[in-house]
Every structure is written in structure tokens, then in C-alpha cells.
Write a protein that binds this ligand. Structure first.
Ligand code: GLY
Length: 436
């Protein structure tokens, strides 16, 4: 079976790693990711050049294409490939609106009464939005309707001091069309602990994966600017120390109801659905969806997969996906990122990775924003690489992961607190406080 994976980062490295022993693997990436390059036959090209991807897939005669990132989904890569007779793991442009159009997502929840929804309004006028903020009377979250690479969401009490700042940000979004639309979604601010549930979806059925918690803040103790995610952990029972089975099941139910609603509204959703939830006092609420695996969260779940990834991908395409088995192990993932990231991570800096020593700690390396040139691995400015460990318990996985990070040299930093007992205790305590 010939498979083409589209995308350049650590998420795509993890997808390729899960597939390479089962398939004749090809990849298309925008620069040379050394991890993907060594396990696939690669071509350097833009993942946004949809006609170029189609031509390459047709020339290779691949049996399926797996799309890693969201941007080509937004531009209809799956529709184009499907029209050319090439099946894909990834939703159509319309179905991907669950991520790419935040107004579509909230309106879908309201129309189909999907559980886990929240108070919100969608506005293309500054005055109406300001009136909503005043009437609501509590802290809000302001989101551009379109994609902003995770950098467009601003929360009163965190990034915005008060409601007047929220109104100014609304005006900026509308005036500058941030995210590609002169339109904003204003939502109630949720209080709780965030977590991720990812699932493969065949149009009707979901294969949910172990829950994961990411760490978006750049610095230890959840300080500093929001990033793409500095690291993540999962526990051996598929739950999280602050998330029980009942609330995990409730989250999966939200995703199942969403998939039904998407089918009725725009046609079947086939691909990966990433649900970001807030566990609130009264249960999980949906913060947002992504139409792809999470980065870093893909690196927690895919190494645990015992079921064939190839069979799961085929099930997505054929509409008959079967249940998946995951190893009962804890995982910890820590991202190493260039000093200055996320504001000014320096590109072109060499890094050296002693993979043998990392493997000796039971660790794996997933390369992200790096480029391999003449046997050197150079940063490109964003998150450089992730070290991931699996073990029988979280403490062991975290300690191994921390030791393994020492075998990466470069002008880099990481959050050593990800997955530590101290930080996990803080999460548990936070949930206890919220529940009173
Ligand atoms: N972990 C955040 C994301 O994948 O968007």
C-alpha cells in the first residue's frame, strides 16, 4: 500500500512513524525534516500547493493521502484529491470548517443542541459586539472567526485587562480582518482545566484516543506567552489525574454528536478530530476543535497504538473503522524550542541530538521546525524537536524524559515542569477548588 503524508513538523513525523513499517511511505514537506526524511521517500514542496500535491500523488499512484496540518484542509486539498480519485485521511473543506470557521462551529452546536456548548455571539459590527460584551457582564474570550495559527484568541483577565480592551481587540480584528474575516466570535470565559481528546472518524464512527494535557505557556509554572504547546502528558489508564471516566465519556459524546451534526449540515467528516475541552465545575465544555492531530498531542497517543495505523486509516476512508487498542502506559512529551521563542526564536542555529542516548532512556525524538542541510540540523525559528518517553507511570516517564532532554545540544530551552508531580498536583488542586 502506497501512502503519501503531507506536512513538515513533529505531528507529521509521528504520523509517518506510526505508518512506515506497514506502508510504502512517501512524504511531501516544505523543508527537510530529518525524522520524516529517513523513514519515507520525500519530496520538498509546499503543502499549500494543492495542485502540486495532486500531481505528485497521481505520479506516485498512491492509495491514500494523509493530511497533517490544517491550512491545506482550509484550502480544499481533500476535495481536490478526492475529485482526482485519491482517498484521504482528512476532512473536506466544508467539514474542516469545524476548525477553520469558529462561527460555524458554535452555530452548529446551537442548531443541533450538541452538549458541551457555551454562551457566545458572532459579530461583524463593532457596536453590536460592544453591546454584547456590556450586556454579558462577565469576562469574555474574543476569537477571530478564521485561522490564526493559535495566536488570535484573547481572554479578558489573561491577555486583555478588561472589557474595554476586549472591545478594542474586536475593532482590530474587524478592521484588519485578522484570520481572514471581518468577523469575531465572543464567548463566555470558561474556568477549569483544559485537556485534549483526539479521535479518528470515518464519517459516522469515532475511535477516541487517550486524553492528553498540553502546556501552552512558554515558561515554567504556566507563565509567559502562549505557544503552539511546550509539552504534554497522558496517563496509562487513558484518563488524566484530574479527569475521570465519566467526564472523558462525556467529552467523547460531545464529539460523537458533533460528527452527526457535521454530517447533516455539510456531509461526512472523515479524518482526525481534535477536541480541546475545559473541564468545568459541571463537566466538560468544548473550547475548540481542530481538524487534525494535535501538536504535541499526536506524539503522546500515536506511540501507544497497538492496532495497525494503516488499518485505521483504511477504516476512515472505507467508513468501517474498528476499535483501537493502546498500550497501558503513561507518556511525557517535552518540546525543545529556540531561545527567544515564541517572539524571536532564531533560525539557522545548529542543534545536535544524541538519539542513541535518548533511546537508552526509553525516549523517542520527533523533529519539528528544523531543516537538515549538509548533515547539519538547523533551527527554523519555531519549536525544534520533541522528546517523548513512555513508562508504566507518569513519574517514571517524566524523569526519563527530563534526563533525555540533556542529550540535545543547541541554543534551546524547554519546560522542565511538564509532567512533574508538582505540576500535576497543582492541576488536581485547581479542579478541587473549582468543584468546591
Ligand atoms: N496543541 C495545540 C494544537 O495542536 O493546536
Amino acid at each position: 500500500m502506497k501512502i503519501l503524508v503531507v506536512g513538515t513538523g513533529a505531528r507529521e513525523h509521528a504520523i509517518c512513524q506510526a505508518l512506515h513499517e506497514e506502508a510504502d511511505l512517501y512524504s511531501l514537506m516544505s523543508n527537510q525534516n530529518p525524522g520524516i526524511a529517513r523513514i519515507s521517500q520525500f519530496k520538498i514542496g509546499s503543502e499549500m500547493d494543492i495542485q502540486g500535491v495532486k500531481k505528485h500523488a497521481l505520479n506516485l499512484g498512491v492509495d491514500m493521502v494523509v493530511i497533517g496540518p490544517e491550512a491545506p484542509l482550509e484550502h480544499g486539498i481533500v476535495d481536490t484529491l478526492n475529485e482526482a480519485g485519491i482517498p484521504c485521511v482528512g476532512p473536506t473543506q466544508e467539514a474542516a470548517r469545524i476548525e477553520t470557521d469558529k462561527a460555524f462551529m458554535r452555530d452548529l452546536f446551537a442548531k443541533y443542541k450538541v452538549p458541551g456548548s457555551i454562551a457566545y455571539g458572532v459579530f461583524d459590527g463593532v457596536d453590536d459586539a460592544a453591546e454584547f460584551i456590556d450586556d454579558f457582564g462577565e469576562d469574555v474570550v474574543v476569537k477571530p472567526v478564521g485561522l490564526t495559527g493559535g495566536k488570535g484568541v484573547k481572554i479578558v483577565g489573561e491577555h486583555l485587562k478588561h472589557s474595554e480592551d476586549a472591545k478594542s481587540y474586536v475593532k482590530e480584528i474587524i478592521d484588519k480582518k485578522i484570520g481572514g474575516h471581518a468577523s469575531v466570535v465572543i464567548e463566555e470565559r470558561l474556568v477549569g482545566e483544559e485537556f485534549t481528546v483526539q479521535a479518528l472518524v470515518d464519517g459516522d464512527n469515532l475511535v477516541p484516543m487517550p486524553a492528553v494535557q498540553d502546556h501552552p505557556h512558554a515558561y515554567e509554572g504556566d507563565q509567559g506567552p502562549i505557544t503552539g504547546g511546550m509539552g504534554s502528558y497522558s496517563d496509562k489508564n487513558g484518563l488524566l489525574p484530574f479527569l475521570d471516566q465519566k467526564n472523558y465519556d462525556a467529552s467523547v459524546k460531545v464529539m460523537e454528536e458533533t460528527v452527526k451534526a457535521v454530517k447533516k449540515e455539510v456531509g461526512p467528516y472523515k479524518g482526525v478530530l481534535y477536541g480541546q475541552f475545559m473541564l468545568c465545575r459541571d463537566g466538560p465544555r468544548l473550547v475548540e476543535y481542530n481538524a487534525r492531530f494535535g501538536d504535541p498531542e499526536a506524539m503522546n497517543v500515536l506511540p501507544l497504538l497497538e492496532t495497525s495505523m494503516l488499518e485505521l486509516c483504511q477504516g476512515v476512508i472505507d467508513g468501517n473503522i474498528k476499535k483501537a487498542q493502546f498500550k497501558r502506559q503513561a507518556t511525557v512529551c517535552k518540546y525543545l524550542v529556540p531561545n527567544g521563542y515564541p517572539d524571536s526564536g532564531k533560525p539557522g542555529q545548529p542543534i545536535h541530538v544524541d538519539e542513541e542516548k535518548i533511546h537508552a532512556e526509553g525516549g523517542m525524538v520527533f523533529y519539528a521546525a528544523v531543516n537538515q542541510k549538509n548533515n547539519e540540523v538547523l533551527t527554523t525559528g519555531s519549536r525544534a524537536l520533541a522528546v517523548v518517553t513512555t513508562a508504566d507511570d507518569l513519574q517514571d516517564a517524566e524523569e526519563r524524559c527530563e534526563r533525555a532532554t540533556k542529550f540535545v545540544e543547541g541554543d534551546l530551552y524547554h519546560r522542565s515542569d511538564v509532567g512533574t508531580r508538582q505540576l500535576i498536583e497543582k492541576r488536581i488542586q485547581h479542579m478541587q477548588e473549582i468543584r468546591g
